[in-house]
Design a protein around this ligand. Structure first.
Ligand code: NAP
Length: 376
């Protein structure tokens, strides 16, 4: 089942599933796009959920009959169909409820939607424990770590090192960043992704989210999770153990690999692939520049505060990125807006999705107000 089926992760998941012969029981996306309809037509057994059908429900009903389902509740319900792998490629905190639904049902959740863990990490880990299913990361860095620590004790891990490409503005000063354009921010050097994560990669907020994601996935404190900039994106992350041994997962950047690993685990399915040959390739590593890219430090700050602080971090960033993409605030205002919202927040431990939703809503309102002051 693929949630966020029409996006970058969703499209690549369909490709992988079709290629390795995994049947797809359902697709879900937000809008009633032609791409979503085509997926339903091409996969005649699959349910198709349109979260916000608008005036187009009839088009889907007449093409797909009772395989067409509508509304946010429909996506949450299909995620609980028993004994399926749910690939969550929804963008944003909107993916949280479906993640919880899949895990409470005891399903395997192949998680690309890192915002599920950023916004509601403690709820996700509780759902995993309660349902007894599996949580397998799809994010390439976390897939790398997950593969490196298979069979290892958490106590033998000294630290995790997440690699970051550094994005399109690596090496830029704060002054340089003041005038970068939307098109430049969307031109990621190594990965082709949806617009929100691409801008988050340019600010390093994506890496901040990944630090929080790693904290919840692997149960390690923030001082054992480091970030290093590695522009070639060949080393997808590495793990240093207490005996000094270091394991890394490496390969050419291609999201279809971690997607396939998450779907086919514990099997490895043979596919035609480019031979891995690094001869003549220079690999480099450098420390992240926290002065030009303060979002990374904001991620550690929110993570250490805990509770609803990380949901607030995500929601404020979602708003600020949307405002930047619409040309209403400059690139380097994103961090300022998020920082101001985080400073104004009184964090508490969320006990339910409603608590997360309340914090998220508050942060969106506050972020919009902050954006007004930037433009005004
Ligand atoms: N792209 C990558 O290479 C990559 C790598 C690692 C992790 N991730 C993570 O994977 C997630 C998806 O990223 P992406 O790049 O694939 O994003 P994307 O290309 O923007 O696609 C987002 C998908 O989510 C759907 N969606 C948006 N809001 C929704 C809602 N409220 N309910 C249901 N579906 C909704 C969209 O449907 P509509 O098109 O109808 O709006 C679309 O299918 C993000 O969390 C991202 O951080 C992505």
């Amino acid at each position: 089942m693929i949630l966020g089926a029409t996006g970058s992760i969703g499209r690549q998941t369909t490709e992988v599933a079709d290629r390795i012969g995994t049947p797809i029981v359902a697709f879900a996306a937000r809008t009633p796009s032609a791409a979503l309809l085509d997926l339903g037509v091409d996969h005649p057994e699959a349910i198709v959920c349109v979260v916000e059908p608008g005036d187009h429900a009839d088009v889907f009903r007449s093409a797909l009959g009772d395989r067409a389902h509508f509304g946010k509740g429909a996506m949450t319900e299909v995620a609980a169909i028993p004994d399926v792998t749910v690939v969550n490629g929804v963008v944003g905190a909107a993916g949280l409820e479906a993640s919880l639904s899949a895990l409470y049902a005891g399903n395997r959740l192949a998680l690309a939607n890192k915002e599920s863990l950023v916004a509601g990490g403690s709820l996700v880990t509780a759902a995993l424990e309660h349902g007894g299913g599996e949580l397998i990361p799809v994010d390439s860095e976390h897939s790398a770590i997950w593969q490196c620590i298979a069979g290892e004790e958490t106590s033998s891990i000294m630290r995790l090192v997440l690699t970051a490409s550094g994005g399109p503005f690596r090496g830029f000063s704060q002054t340089d960043l003041a005038s970068v354009t939307v098109d430049a921010a969307l031109a990621h050097p190594t990965w082709a992704m949806g617009p929100r994560i691409t801008v988050d990669s340019a600010t390093l907020m994506n890496k901040a989210f990944e630090v929080i994601e790693a904290h919840y996935l692997f149960g390690l404190p923030y001082d054992k999770i480091d970030v290093v900039v590695h522009p070639q994106s060949i080393v997808h992350s590495f793990v240093e153990f207490v005996d000094g041994v270091v394991k890394a997962e490496v390969g050419f950047p291609d999201m279809r690999k971690p997607i396939q690993v998450a779907i086919s685990h514990p099997d490895r399915v043979a596919i035609d692939h480019e031979p891995f040959d690094l001869v003549g390739t220079d690999l480099s590593f450098e420390r992240p520049d926290l002065e030009s890219f303060p979002c990374l430090a904001l991620g550690y700050e929110a993570g250490r505060i805990g509770g609803t602080a990380t949901a607030v971090l995500n929601a404020a960033d979602e708003v600020a990125v949307a405002e930047f993409l619409d040309g209403r605030i400059p690139f380097n205002a994103i961090a300022r807006v998020v920082s101001a919202v985080l400073d104004a927040h009184d964090a508490r431990e969320p006990e339910s999705v409603d608590d997360v939703a309340d914090a998220d809503l508050w942060a969106r309102g506050r972020a919009l107000a902050e954006c007004e002051t930037v433009t005004g």
